[in-house]
Design a protein around this ligand. Sequence first.
Ligand code: DGL
Length: 273
Amino acid sequence: MTEVPQKKIGVFDSGLGGLMIAKALRDAMPDYDYLYLGDTLHMPYGARSAEAIYSYCKAAMDYLFSQGCQIIVMACNTASALVLRRLQQEYLPTSQTADKRILGVVIPMLEYAQDQGFQNIGVIGTEGLIKSRIYAQELHKIDPAIQITEQATPLLVPLIEHGGEKWLEAIISDYVQEFEKAKIEALILGCTHYTLIYDAIAGLMPEVSLLSQDRIIPDKFGDYLKRHPAQEARLSRNGTMSFALTDVTDSFRQSAARLIGYNPDLDHVVLDT
Ligand code: DGL
């Protein structure tokens, strides 16, 4: 009997935060097959050059497609900002990947903010993401009347990665001052890691609606599949989920078990960067 090739949904991130997006996608659409890849060897991406991130991401896409992914959700905001377009324009049109897709998270988040009718929003993210100005640029294509205030919050990823929760309140309070002045109605958590500190941010900004990717991307991805039935029809449906990392550490193992509720098998992969 010939084996039917798997056509999985790949979820790519630099590290831990992408697990939350993969888990949220699977919780919302449990029939499909998922493969999460975290580039933990090269994380954090936040202060790296676009050139370095492109070479990591291209190798990561090669790996995910070689493992049978049909569509890849580029969960990492920093990579979505700095290299997604180049991957779509230069990398995807090659013959091995021409029928495949790589989808980012920036535009779906902005569409959601617009659908909700917010007129004054904020974004937090890594230094690379905020310097790229991608949220402001894409928002102005969708609706130039919506105001946007952007703030880099580079200390948050290291604090989350190293268990520094006790300093979060002081640091977040300092970072959000611009948003208080701007009187934003909603704040986009523009980094997968921030899904993990949702409650801490919500506690400090109770009057602001927090737009968190684990709560928004699954519905937006579901909409994408409805609008692209030929892509959807290609996806395999065995309800599996697997995990791969470019560096497997005990601390990731422990955090992953806590976040997804069981001890996952973590495959170690070496990317050809
Ligand atoms: N996951 C990345 C993002 O969403 C941030 C973490 C990093 O700096 O690697 O932007």
